[in-house]
Design a protein around this ligand. Structure first.
Ligand code: APR
Length: 173
C-alpha cells in the first residue's frame, strides 16, 4: 500500500532514499532548507552541484546525499510567488512531478519533500499544500512508479496542519 504522510521536523535528519531540496536555479546553495541541506551534506554536495550547470524552475536534478542519511538529494527550484498570474501554480506542480519522476528513475522507494516555495519564495501555504498533495498523489498512483512512501517534512506546526488538511482532501477524492 503506497503511503503519503507528514512529519514535523528537519528534513536533513530524514532517512528517506531521497530528500528534496527547495533550491534556486543556480543550484549553488542558499538559505532556508537549501542552506540546511548543504550544511548537513558537507562540501561535496556543492562540488557536485557545480557540475550540474543549474536547473530551470519546475525541473529537478539529482545528486548524492554525502553526509546526509538520505542516499540522494533531488534539487528543484520552485516558482517565486508573484501574485499568481505568472504560471506559479503549474510550475509548483511541475516541481513535485519532476522530483517524483527522477526518484522513480533512480529506483527510490521513499522520498521526503519540504514545503517547496512557501518560505523565501512566498508562495501562499494554503495554495501550495493542495497543489503538492494532488501532484504527489497522482504520481504515486501511476503504474511503474517505484516510489512507495512520500513524506512531507514540515518545519512548523502551521505547515504540518496545512499539509495534513490537503492530504485529507486528496484522500476524500
Ligand atoms: N527541514 C524542513 N523544512 C525546512 C527546513 C528544514 N531544515 N528549513 C526550512 N524549511 C522549510 C521552510 O520553513 C519552508 O516551509 O522549507 C520551506 C521552504 O522554505 P525555503 O527554504 O525558504 O525555500 P523556498 O521558499 O522554496 O525558497 C527557495 O530560498 O534558501 C533559498 O536557495 C534557496 O533561493 C532559494 C529560495
Amino acid at each position: 500500500m503506497k503511503r503519503i504522510d507528514t512529519l514535523l521536523g528537519d528534513i536533513t535528519t530524514v532517512r528517506a532514499d531521497a530528500i528534496v531540496n527547495a533550491a534556486n536555479c543556480t543550484l549553488l546553495g542558499g538559505g532556508g532548507v537549501d542552506g540546511a541541506i548543504h550544511r548537513a551534506a558537507g562540501p561535496q554536495l556543492l562540488a557536485e552541484c557545480r557540475t550540474l550547470n543549474g536547473c530551470e524552475t519546475g525541473l529537478a536534478k539529482i545528486t548524492g546525499g554525502y553526509r546526509l542519511p538520505a542516499r540522494y538529494v533531488i534539487h528543484t527550484p520552485g516558482p517565486i510567488w508573484r501574485g499568481g498570474g505568472h504560471g506559479e501554480r503549474a510550475l509548483l506542480a511541475s516541481c513535485y512531478r519532476s522530483c517524483m519522476a527522477l526518484a522513480a528513475e533512480y529506483g527510490c522507494r521513499s522520498v521526503a519533500f519540504p514545503s517547496i516555495s512557501t518560505g523565501v519564495y512566498h508562495f501562499p501555504l494554503e495554495l501550495a499544500a493542495p497543489i503538492a498533495a494532488a501532484a504527489v498523489s497522482a504520481c504515486l498512483s501511476e503504474e511503474g512508479n517505484s516510489v512507495q512512501h512520500v513524506t512531507f517534512v514540515c518545519f512548523s506546526q502551521e505547515v504540518k496542519d496545512a499539509y495534513d488538511a490537503a492530504l485529507a482532501d486528496v484522500r476524500r477524492l
